[in-house]
Design a protein around this ligand. Structure first.
Ligand SMILES: O=P(O)(O)OC[C@H]1O[C@H](O)[C@H](O)[C@@H](O)[C@@H]1O
Length: 529
């Protein structure tokens, strides 16, 4: 007897009472009891791996590191008394610092209360804080937050311009776990220059969030910055939102960090259960495996039907793709794994790419995030018996049904309201699901070897740029691109050389082309007068 969809819905529905969170997997048609049985041995291994991880094993073998982000929300889990103490102390210090700033006990060096935060960081040092800021920052926060999350001078200029004098009452929170990432360092240097130009003191407004002893930490100590908060080497960037990386900006914005920690802890407690059907993260990992045949054949389209969650997809892009997008498995076999993540929000995206989802390439599964509570207060009927929120709700249901009827799979996560607790629970759910899924496909979810390759090439190009400028200065009458490439002993890099020169010329950086610059054959370049 074919199972009714309603029966399937009930069979594959998970509900967490404390969090009022539902996980509906019924529209993942590849999900069957048979698959669950087939994968049981791998799940048993995944639960064992996870238990070992939480006990302090070297769960990140490639970097020989422990993986301890779950300890952040329940210090008792940490494997040593020292780590337990470090966790508790760091949270207490964050809370105390924020309270002192809010009360005006910590002020600027010129005696004013702080009004804003400029958060400088990139990747895991920005995406979590940005997501949580948009999701749950108070309407009138004690300090408004602004992000420099790139090395784009125009973006920095825009922020400095928008801030105006509020920069003088801003806390500059520089976050970099490694303490050496070029982009946040550049952001810091750019702001320090603005402070110098305006004859303002930078250090008394500066806060560092980084690993003890890092270059950034040493700088903050030497320059006597206002405060420093530790990042631990056993917390990865993409799982650091519940570490000081996320807690410092959250606390300063008046977001209750103990609620964030509580929500994540409550989710951790159930995602620790070694029984797939009782474990929402294991169920999520199973659904991902089912829909993509364990090879990421389907992209993960994140569709929260709530404006305040529209940065969730950007946050999950790093958490999922930097964890799962790996060339080799734990045995060194080339697997080129991953699950691509994209999305924005509903119902907005129905007017953008849902057309392709409904009728085009069936290479995705949607993840709807449904929020039952429409607004804090003041609801009213825009039509008899209908509210704006009804539209949002029925557009989600309608899209989900329209996709399913055309053979497109979806997962639906439902929460009653967007709160610090439920947002942190969502973060914890995905952190654990990524960990389980990585076990199922036998990869290390906790390193990121692929990000180094691009950085290495970038460093080489910067070096080449320095050589080009030095060489050009010796030839005021100019050289052809070929001659220049020969003189810097990089004939094979002529295209890169051309791109470096084109960028320098566009910014009046001491280089000018002779002749029509799009006619590359025989194009000459000389030092700019
Ligand atoms: O916090 P940082 O050390 O500056 O690192 C910032 C980011 O850098 C790299 O891109 C890593 O792959 C990310 O995982 C990390 O979040």
């Amino acid at each position: 007897m074919t199972q009714t969809l309603w029966q399937r819905y009930q069979d594959w529905l998970y509900y967490h009472n404390g969090l009022e969170l539902y996980l509906d997997l019924s529209r993942v048609s590849g999900l069957t009891q048979e698959l669950l049985q087939e994968l049981q041995p791998r799940f048993i291994r995944a639960f064992q791996d996870m238990a070992a991880l939480e006990s302090g094993s070297i769960a990140n073998p490639d970097e020989q590191r422990m993986v301890g982000h779950y300890w952040l929300r329940d210090a008792d889990l940490a494997p040593t008394p020292d780590i337990q103490r470090d966790i508790r102390e760091s949270i207490d210090r964050v809370e105390q610092f924020a309270q002192q700033v809010h009360r005006g006990e910590i002020k600027t060096s010129h005696g004013e209360k702080f009004t804003d935060i400029v958060a400088i960081g990139i990747g895991g040092s920005a995406l979590g804080p940005q997501f949580v800021n948009q999701a749950v920052a108070p309407a009138q926060p004690p300090l408004a937050i602004h992000f420099i999350d790139n090395t784009d001078p125009a973006g920095i200029d825009r922020l400095v311009g928008d801030l105006g004098d509020r920069l003088h009452t801003s806390l500059i929170v520089v976050t970099s776990k490694s303490g050496g990432t070029p982009e946040p360092r550049n952001g810091m240097w750019e702001l320090q220059r603005v402070f110098r130009q305006r004859e303002w003191l930078f250090a008394p407004q500066a806060v560092a969030v980084t690993m003890a002893g890092s270059h950034l930490d040493q700088t903050a100590q030497a320059e006597r910055w206002l405060a420093r908060f530790p990042m631990f080497d056993w917390v990865g960037g993409r799982t650091s939102e519940l570490a000081t990386v996320g807690l410092v900006p959250a606390a300063l914005q008046g977001i209750p960090i103990r609620e964030l920690l509580r929500g994540a802890r409550e989710m951790d407690q159930v995602t620790r259960i070694a029984d797939v059907k009782q474990n929402p993260a294991a169920l999520l990992a199973l659904a991902w495996y089912a829909t993509g045949q364990g090879q990421g054949r389907k992209d993960m389209v994140i569709l929260p039907y709530k404006d305040s969650l529209s940065l969730l997809s950007r946050y999950l892009q790093q958490l999922v793709m930097e964890s799962l997008g790996k060339e080799k498995d734990l045995d060194g076999h080339v697997v080129n794994q991953g699950i691509a993540v994209y999305g924005n929000k509903g119902s907005t995206d129905q007017h953008a790419y849902v057309q392709q989802l409904r009728e085009g390439l069936n290479n995705f599964f949607a993840t709807f995030i449904e929020v039952l509570k429409d607004r804090k207060s003041g609801d009213w009927e825009i039509e008899p018996g209908i509210t704006t929120g009804d539209y949002l709700s029925v557009f989600l249901q309608g899209t989900r049904q329209a996709l399913y009827e055309n053979g497109r799979e979806s997962i639906t996560i439902t929460i009653r309201e967007v709160t610090p607790k439920t947002v942190a629970a969502l973060i914890a759910l995905y952190e654990r699901a990524v960990g389980f899924y990585a076990s199922l496909i036998h990869i290390n979810a906790y390193h990121q070897p692929g990000v180094e390759a691009g950085k290495k090439v970038a460093g080489e190009i910067l070096q080449l740029q320095r050589k080009l400028l030095n060489t050009l200065r010796e030839h005021p009458h100019g050289l052809t691109l070929d001659e220049l490439a020969q003189k810097v002993q990089a004939p094979a890099e002529i295209e890169t050389i051309y791109k470096i020169l084109r960028h320098l010329e566009a910014n009046q950086r001491g280089v000018e082309f002779i002749g029509e610059k799009h006619k590359l054959a025989g194009l000459m370049v000389r030092p700019q007068n």
